[in-house]
Design a protein around this ligand. Sequence first.
Ligand code: NAD
Length: 346
Amino acid sequence: MAKKAGSTKNKDDLIVIAGAGGFIAGALTRYFHDKGFTRIRAIDKKPLPDWYQRVESVECLSMDLSEKDNCIRACEDAQEVYNLAADMGGMGFIERFRVMCLRSILINTHMIEAAYRAGARRYFFSSSACAYNTLLQQDPNVRALKESDAYPAMAERGYGWEKLLSEMFCQEYWAERGLRTAIARFHNVYGPNGTWDGGREKAPAAICRKVIEAKESGNHEIVIWGDGTQTRSFMYIDDCVKGIDMIMHCDDLTATPINLGSSELVSINTLVSMVEEIGGVRLKRSYDPDAPKGVAGRNSDNTFIKKVLKWEPSLPLKEGLKRTYKWIAAQYADRKAGKHTVRDQI
Ligand code: NAD
């Protein structure tokens, strides 16, 4: 019988969140703060003014967590450590910058050791659907990926292999040293306060921005990467942070990789149509077959998460896209007016 998720922590436990200047860890910081946790230490290598969200009364540190000494400082007195720091982005980024993606191995390697030495009770690692065997993802009409599909291993080059190896660290720290670890394989997360420009953005944000740009400029055209038939599922950020909390605090999931994603599969063409509808515009489509497009199809099989947590991410894509579009449109207007906006450069 699964232990009730979220039942094992105290409101004054020190929670350490790595990567908190970015999208998901920024939202996770906000989530724990809003739940009444009083001691949160948020860390990112970005300078503080560049963080996507700065949450009031949270200790915010700008440190490079690929350095061992910084990880020791980051984990001091920690009860729970959430590692979401990684050099990552959409397909355009992870296909071009494999070395940067692979070097994130340093972050998890030092963070998990530091967490263990600090006596942390729980350690979370943000893995990815890119850890799955790519040979199973060559058809847009994919069979959804279940947790056992990561092996035999043929992960996404660079980024996916780093995730797979870091997962193994988490499994062995539990097996050999008794550090309770949690591993979630995220499937495309989107929502407000995420990267929407600059080269690291993912498909939902990029398409919202392109539709907004087309409306603004009056040039009603859109370039789609690949042929638009590639399929994906997209999880709204609120579902993601809730899932992280539940997975981290479910003892039955210790050191067990689990999908955290939506099972609503759509093609990129459909995604564009949804955003066009929200924006109230129809654009002339052209396709760039040479642009990075990733695997042909990928979906999350949620059988396991439903069984263990009696829950799965459920916000419909259309609703999540409406909220995201609105936020990006406001960012776009702010940037035009010369105000500070969320921006990440490669
Ligand atoms: P993000 O780029 O918005 O956030 C990651 C943050 O990590 C960035 O702010 C970055 O500055 C920070 N970082 C990178 N290297 C660092 C270092 N050496 N020291 C300290 N901080 C460092 O990305 P995100 O979308 O919020 O992703 C968070 C985690 O979830 C990552 O591990 C990512 O691989 C994983 N993930 C995300 C998605 C998704 O769809 N967004 C999908 C699968 C997995």
